[in-house]
Design a protein around this ligand. Structure first.
Ligand code: PEP
Ligand code: MG
Length: 758
């Protein structure tokens, strides 16, 4: 049975389009169960009906036309009860609703199961048979299992709305919503421009050649042109990105080096393959390897290789690349958009970006955030090809794309975009003002950085230093570990830009959802595996080089603070401190008179919450990483859409854990900052301030909003709010209550990051 199930799921997943997937599903399920009918009804949200969308055994004319109300007939019963209905004779059931058009007269036995996705009924799968008999337990279990397995396909059909297109009466399409993940906050309206590759590698056939040298020469020529193309893009990128991000292009150029990918292509050419075929073989092999990896970063690298392969192919085919005309308000669309593809479009025309694959940590998303372009990633159900040249709304706050928006909805978004622009313009005047409450309590607002581009945006917003510099980002945009000197130069730029304010440099935090293509970590359970300090303590050579580079970079500035990620026990902090001390002695021995920096640890693992006092006794500061702390306390993967609704930093467990850390550290006289997303969200930032947190560090885009909020309230108000929410036991209620109270206090317009927009 398991094999049959697997085969059906595979076949259905490979179907060309959704209607064929549904038809195939009905056919295969009917065959596998040996019944006479298998039908699929899908719930049509706007019509509030179940529509017959595929059937094997009922009259085909009925498909797409016959429908039942949500509580009508046996199908309605299955939907209402959210459980199987198994009847030996459907006709004798009081809820039976006869549908003449379907020709179901001869079928007595009925088994219907709900198709559930994320706790919602999307439709109903029904099998029917002539005989008066009850389907047995194993048949029922089979249908329940297959419906659960296939619910993703149906969810796709449902979300994309394509299935119901044929049912529309012509009075305009209904708005369709496609959920992904927020890649960069902000809202945008524009016209879809599908970035598709100029050349299709998968279509290249095998072909033999006689003249191997001529073929290699052709490849060399193409490579010269592609290298130039990449250099031109890098040049263009230098106008909108910092020098550091150019490393992305260096990675491309290195992959194009004659000793890298091309060397492998040449091996195949020498075996008699023509250049295009040899290229396809090599690129396919690399892409397959990368795609099979569990690690999201390495999977991202597949997109880079694919993109390069297409560029080389386009040159080999001597075709001019498709010349796309970019409208003034582009929403860039693609399965995967690589950072160089992004650079091909003039920045001033890009309103938003949407990808159907990719993650929040893809290179493109990192660059989009650095450029402040509203972005949604992983909107897997978006029918890309239908979106080219269509008006689209990107809701990067919530990670959602809207097509066919009604005039009212569009207007609502236009208002939001205008409000955001006004708000931002109004906030700019706060740049040099302190973050101080009406009753005189001050809190330093710092920024989280990673790319060089973040520096300008942070300084423009008046950041008082860096509370978290994610050093893994400059490591990620390369294809090998940066040398000590390379690191020193990068770190120096950060330290110099913010001096005399402190810059808190976190030692390499890889593992979990962040790893390096050149240092793969493959684990069953990466978030509970080799992460952060665990990796660097096992690799003191990497750690020491990094710390030495940080120390040398701080020469004469003395504003460096070093922070250790993912600390679980005091031994880790002690070992790391010991290594930092050794590195400090080494650089002093080299003649540099550098002050010993402050060293702190991140509190982001539940164990560290209960070790806060012991840790505080050993280090100079604590910084709470609420992103990981929330995910570990609630056991909710922060990147998993399936459980996204459970991820709530207002959960009482999270709030009480933070308060405990602050109290313990303060009793030891050690300051505590917060550098997770909570620090950049107005409501939680005010609660953290009320808890006595000493500094908040956030994404540059949120800084002025948080500052405006701090300046509009009294500290006594935030303390009262904190006391109220600490007495509550439900995270959802707390979040809603905080929003309500802040709205009442006149901070409504600053709350957008949390608010559901539609
Ligand atoms: C955190 O976990 O809250 C944090 C700031 O670190 P990162 O998001 O880089 O894991
Ligand atoms: Mg973290």
């Amino acid at each position: 049975m398991l094999d049959t199930l697997r085969r059906i799921v595979q076949e259905v997943n490979n179907a060309a389009d959704i209607p064929s997937a549904l038809n195939l599903m009905a056919k295969r399920v009917r065959d596998a169960m040996g019944t006479e009918v298998c039908s699929i009804y899908l719930r049509h949200e706007e019509e509030q009906r179940y529509v017959l969308m595929a059937s094997e055994g009922l009259k085909q004319e009925a498909v797409g036309h016959v429908s039942l109300g949500l509580s009508e007939g046996l199908v309605g019963q299955v939907g209402l009860r959210e459980e199987p209905v198994n009847l030996e004779d459907a006709f004798s059931h009081p809820k039976f609703h006869y549908l003449a058009e379907t020709g179901e007269d001869p079928f007595h036995a009925f088994l219907g199961v709900p198709v559930m996705h994320h706790g919602k009924v999307l439709g109903v799968m029904v099998v029917q048979q002539r005989d008066v008999r009850r389907f047995d337990q194993s048949e029922e279990a089979f249908l329940v299992t297959i419906s659960a397995q296939l619910s993703a396909v149906i969810a796709h059909a449902h979300a994309s709305g394509v299935l119901f297109d044929q049912l529309d009466t012509g009075d305009g399409l209904l708005p369709s919503f496609y959920d992904g993940l927020p890649g960069c906050p902000g809202a945008a309206i524009g016209y879809g421009v599908l970035l598709f590759p100029a050349a299709d590698l998968s279509a290249v056939p095998d072909r033999q050649v006689e003249d191997v040298s001529a073929e290699i020469a052709r490849l060399d020529d193409a490579l010269v042109r592609v290298r130039q193309e990449v250099r031109d893009l890098a040049e263009r990128a230098s106008k909108s990105l910092g020098t550091e991000e150019q490393a992305l292009f260096d990675v491309y150029l290195r992959m194009l080096d004659r000793h890298a990918l091309p060397a492998e292509v040449i091996v195949h050419i020498r075996e008699g393959q023509w250049a295009q075929g040899a290229l396809r073989t090599v690129v396919d092999a690399h892409v397959r390897n990368f795609e099979m990896m569990d690690d999201p970063y390495l999977r991202e690298r597949a997109a880079d290789v694919r993109d390069l392969g297409r560029r080389v192919l386009a040159q080999l085919q001597s075709q001019n690349r498709r010349h796309i005309v970019f409208p003034d308000d582009c929403i860039l669309l693609g399965e995967d958009i690589s950072a160089p593809m992004l650079m091909e479009v003039p920045r001033e025309r890009i309103r938003g970006i949407v990808t159907t694959r990719g993650s929040r940590n893809s290179h493109m998303a990192i660059v989009a955030r650095a450029m402040g372009i509203p972005t949604v990633v992983g909107a897997q159900n978006l029918p890309l090809k239908k979106m080219d040249d269509k008006e689209i709304i990107v809701d990067g706050f919530r990670g959602r794309v809207v097509a066919n928006a009604s005039p009212e909805l569009k207007e609502q978004f236009e208002e939001i975009i205008a409000e955001e622009a006004n708000l931002q313009a109004g906030l700019e005047k706060l740049r040099d003002e302190p973050a101080e409450t009406l009753d005189g309590v001050r809190i330093p607002l710092q920024v989280n950085t990673g790319l060089m581009t973040d520096i300008n945006r942070s300084i423009e917003r008046g950041a008082e230093g860096v509370g978290l510099y994610r050093t893994e980002i400059p490591f990620m945009v390369r294809d090998r570990f940066p040398s000590e000197e390379e690191q020193r130069v990068i770190y120096r730029e950060q330290l110099a830009a913010f001096a005399p304010h402190p810059v808190t440099m976190r030692t390499l935090d890889i593992g979990g959802d962040k790893s390096l293509s050149y240092f793969p970590i493959e684990e069953e359970n990466p978030f509970l595996g080799w992460r952060g300090i665990r990796v660097t303590l096992d690799h003191p050579e990497i750690f020491m080089v990094q710390v030495r580079a940080m120390l040398k970079a701080s020469d004469g500035l003395d504003n460096l603070r070093i922070m250790l990620p993912m600390v679980t026990s005091v031994i880790e902090a002690e070992e790391a401190q010991h290594l930092i001390h050794r590195a400090w002695l080494e650089v002093r021995d080299e003649g540099l008179d550098i002050a010993m920096p402050q060293v702190g640890v991140m509190i982001e693992v539940p164990a560290a919450v209960y070790q806060a006092r012991a840790l505080a006794q050993r280090v100079d500061f604590l910084s709470i990483g609420t992103n990981d702390l929330t995910q570990y306390l609630l056991a909710v993967d922060r990147n998993n859409r399936q459980v996204a609704s459970l991820y709530n930093s207002y959960h009482p467990a999270v709030l009480h854990a933070i308060l405990h850390v602050v109290e313990q550290a303060h009793e030891e006289g050690v300051p505590v900052s917060v550098c997770g997303e909570m620090a950049g969200e107005v409501g939680s930032a005010l609660l953290l301030m009320a808890m006595g947190v000493n500094a908040l560090s956030m994404n540059a885009s949120n800084l002025l909003k948080v500052k405006a909020a701090v300046r509009q309230v009294k500290a006594s108000f935030t303390r009262q709010l904190l006391n109220e929410v600490l007495a509550m036991d439900n995270g959802e209620v707390i979040a809603a209550y905080v929003d309500l109270q802040l709205d009442k206090a006149g901070l409504g317009e600053l709350l957008r990051n949390r608010k559901a927009l539609v």
